[in-house]
Design a protein around this ligand. Structure first.
Ligand SMILES: [Fe+2]
Ligand SMILES: [Fe+2]
Length: 262
């Protein structure tokens, strides 16, 4: 099937009652239409834009949001905080939209790495323009998702208690999902147990030790049943996404590979 770029426009995603008048759009006020756009609609729209840039990163973000939400629930965070964690996780890598093609093709040089390291702050800048995200403090949470307990993370080198719990949850879920998911044709992935063992080496330095222990207990319960559950949901969502935007199947990652070896 021939590629038709027209098919990629996400028209009909949000039906606006009218077009904004010139001057009505101000960053300080969100997009000026925030009363018409719910947090979940804005989240779906923005996250799908990452999907149009790179489908595997959309699949990864969706997986991270499922792990993060379930773990937040396990930790006893209230419903509102669970929603915030889930939303921030779905958008955590939106700043990668700015990365060049060679980043997605794994040809990473210094300039590309530098661009990659900007993705948390770029997400903060972008998402801060929308009131619904600001109200939930999502831009700040996302800005912290690569910070480490010992201050060796980025972009700010925050330490321990200065890092928000929502960001720590996403950081752990992010590393786990990345480790068990082959993102590229022929790339390898770790089993869930191997991924946890590797992450354990960063307990107290890269990750919050207590949260990591709890996460390990949570995901390994019932022989990693949650991994199968998350994989099934992500695979279903990616198939729908491909159909919705008429993305040729060759651009969809071999999603069945998300069924990681146990
Ligand atoms: Fe990231
Ligand atoms: Fe990520």
């Amino acid at each position: 099937m021939a590629l038709n770029s027209y098919n990629y426009y996400p028209h009909n995603v949000i039906k606006l009652s009218r077009q904004p008048r010139f001057g009505e759009i101000r960053a300080s006020e969100g997009i000026g239409l925030q009363g018409n756009v719910s947090l979940s609609t804005a989240t779906d729209l923005v996250s799908e834009m990452l999907g149009l840039r790179h489908v595997p990163n959309y699949a990864h973000s969706y997986g991270v949001s499922l792990y993060s939400e379930a773990f937040a629930n396990e930790l006893g965070l209230d419903k509102r905080q669970q929603e915030v964690v889930k939303t921030a996780a779905l958008l955590h890598d939106i700043g990668k939209i700015h990365c060049p093609d060679n980043f997605f093709n794994r040809e990473i040089d210094n300039a590309t790495r530098e661009r990659y390291r900007r993705h948390p702050m770029l997400a903060k800048t972008l998402l801060s323009k929308v009131k619904a995200f600001n109200d939930a403090e999502i831009p700040e949470i996302i800005a912290q998702h690569h910070e480490h307990e010992d201050g060796n993370g980025f972009p700010k080198g925050l330490t321990g208690t200065n890092i928000r719990i929502e960001a720590k949850i996403i950081h752990i879920a992010d590393s786990f999902d990345s480790s068990i998911t082959p993102k590229y044709v022929d790339s390898t992935a770790y089993s869930p147990q191997e991924a946890l063992d590797r992450m354990q080496k960063g307990a107290g330095t890269c990750f919050d030790r207590d949260l990591l222990d709890k996460f390990a207990g949570f995901v390994s319960r019932n022989k990693f049943a949650i991994v199968d559950e998350v994989n099934a949901k992500v695979n279903g969502r990616i198939r729908e996404f491909g159909k919705e935007y008429n993305i040729p199947t060759f651009m969809i990652p071999s999603i069945e590979k998300r069924a990681a070896k146990q």
